[in-house]
Design a protein around this ligand. Structure first.
Ligand code: ADA
Length: 555
């Protein structure tokens, strides 16, 4: 299951989860049984493997017809072959992709996925970084049986009328894999329904229908007060249903008013964590139990928000946030990409795809309140500004309903704060520098207001300190001890959360993560140790510190 609920009542699906045959393509003759979703690093012989590998699995279809091959995520490059025929290519671990195949005979089929997690000229977003680029089919996958024209996507935009009632605009895309006759699309959500005509389509064509629904008795979706509704579209031909698609939506409106961030007209103060998708030996293929455990731990610490540093997350994690009323800053894939890579034409192509796929695929999640981009990239030059402007414009063109932000670290040099709706800075006083957090924050906030952030909400998008799990030094509190980490976080939280000018904070970070080997000399244990829990979620001393601060905070 790619989501945490059934996406179809009508369309049949065959899961691709389970055991696949895995062959590393490194000239050795080795073959393994690999779990999907999963990382190959969990196989003892492949813990360090970086490069290409072949995944293979057979499945059986019982009728002739069209297939939709769906992959939630392959890390990081995939080439997909069905019965030996190359059908598609996708780059980037952190967004899903689909391949529609028009005519497939009933019977047994072999699906081959060539996976590559190597660093090369062909990869501008997956580079050696302060997190690990694992290998494998890392998110769920499935094959769906689709008719000549099928429902490809629904985009749901809720709106509250002046009388307080809710309505919604729903944009439905229908795609044809073969010639298809005219049809009708019907949608229903929260007691309202609407329908529209879909014309006859030739193979490869698509049609869009814009539907408007008046809903009844809606309980709005709020922070830690989530109410979800089923949105269902059914495609009918001659009165008979031929395809359907289900999503879960919430009724809420995000606005930015001056320095405030509002959800359904109510001011929100963000108490957040940065969280990577990484869990011990599961790597980035974090199981759904572990996702839920992460959220429960964060809620226990008084958190109301997660930043999906530094890439789009598994939709099942977003489903859980929808369910729990946890608001999410989701960002397209990029962390501190060096200027020379940002100047490559391929970078523009790959960042555009990451941003576009993120917004298109996750548009309906009520939990997402802001889209982020280009964490700590070149925001201090004219060239950098042109890239920020480009990606911001792209995201705004795809979604006019959510504010956009990025996390800067270009202290007193950034030239892009005027481009965003929410201004955000990553700061590490008492860890990388010796400044007093309160004084440093005042200096930075004043500079931000004078340089593009005036009259906008401001977030501290990262702050924290390293602490090696299990290393104690109660007396001297040496750097890297759990005691020092807790002490620094306590000062940072007290000083930063007290700033009236800001709309929230994201602690760096929730859990320790594995880093690329190239980073190991800067990172003890080859991990970014700034988690308040370790790789296996065992709390460090800082857990209690965060819990005390966030739960006592009355904002
Ligand atoms: C940056 C970056 C994070 C992480 C952090 C750190 O702010 O955005 O990905 O690397 O620093 O731990 O230093």
């Amino acid at each position: 299951m790619l989501r945490l609920f059934a996406e179809h009542k009508l369309r049949k699906a065959i899961t691709l989860e389970g055991v696949w045959r895995l062959t590393p393509l490194d000239g050795t003759e080795r073959e393994f049984s690999a779990i999907v979703p999963g990382i190959w690093e969990m196989i003892p012989q492949l813990t360090q493997y970086r490069g290409k590998a072949r995944y293979e699995k057979t499945f059986v279809t019982e009728e002739d017809g069209g297939l939709l091959l769906r992959f939630g995520g392959v890390s990081h490059t995939a080439d997909v072959l069905l019965d030996g025929q190359h059908l598609g290519h996708h780059y980037d671990a952190f967004t899903g992709f689909r391949i529609a195949v028009p005519d497939v005979k009933a019977g047994e089929h072999t699906l081959t996925v060539l996976v590559d997690n190597g660093f090369s000229e062909a990869s501008t977003l997956h580079i050696p970084n302060d997190y690990y680029s694992y290998g494998g089919i890392t998110r769920p996958a499935a094959v769906e049986l689709i008719p000549a024209a099928y429902i490809d996507r629904m985009a749901f935009t809720p709106e509250q009328t002046e009388s307080g009632e809710w309505k919604a605009a729903v944009n439905v895309t229908v795609k044809a894999i073969r010639r298809s006759e005219a049809a009708v699309i019907k949608i229903s959500v929260a007691g309202g329904c609407a329908e529209a005509a879909i014309p006859a389509l030739e193979a490869g064509e698509e049609a869009q229908a814009q539907l408007h629904v008046r809903c009844r008795g809606v309980a709005p979706w709020g922070v830690r007060d989530a109410h979800l509704y089923e949105l269902r579209a059914v495609l009918e031909r001659d009165g008979a249903p031929v395809d359907d698609l289900i999503d879960r939506v919430g009724f809420r409106v995000v606005t930015v008013r001056g320095e405030d961030l509002l959800i359904n007209g109510q001011k929100v103060f963000v108490k957040g964590f940065n969280r990577h998708e990484d869990f011990g030996s599961q790597g980035c293929a974090v199981g759904v139990n572990s996702m839920m455990e992460d959220l429960q731990l964060m809620l226990d610490m008084g958190v109301n928000s997660v930043r999906t540093c530094h890439y789009p997350n598994d939709p099942r994690f977003l489903d859980l946030c929808d369910e729990l009323g946890v608001i999410v800053w989701e960002e397209c894939h990029s962390r501190a990409i060096p200027g020379e890579i940002m100047r490559k034409p391929l970078f523009k192509e790959q960042i555009d795809t990451s941003a576009r796929e993120m917004v298109m695929q996750h548009f309906n999640h009520p939990c997402i309140y802001t889209w982020g981009l280009l964490n700590e990239c070149e925001s201090e030059t004219e060239f950098g500004r042109s890239m920020y402007r480009h990606v911001i414009d792209l995201i705004h063109s795809l979604d006019a309903t959510r504010p956009v932000t990025f996390a800067s670290c270009r202290f007193f040099k950034d030239v892009c704060l005027d481009l965003v709706d929410i201004a955000s800075f990553n700061i590490y006083p008492l860890w990388y520098t010796d400044e007093d957090p309160a004084a440093y924050a005042d200096k930075l906030l004043q500079w931000m207001d004078e340089n593009g952030a005036a009259n906008k909400p401001i977030l501290f998008s990262e702050f924290g300190a390293g602490g090696i799990a299990g290393y104690h030094d109660p007396l001297y509190k040496a750097k890297w001890s759990e005691e020092r980490q807790a002490e620094i976080l306590d000062r940072q939280l007290k000083d930063l959360c007290a700033k009236a000018r800001i709309s929230g904070t994201y602690i760096w970070q929730f859990a320790d993560v594995r880093v690329a080997d190239e980073w190991a000399m800067r990172r003890p244990k080859a991990q970014n140790n700034k988690g308040v829990v370790d790789l296996y979620r065992r709390p460090k001393l800082a857990y209690k510190t965060v819990k005390e601060n966030y739960t006592a905070l009355k904002r």
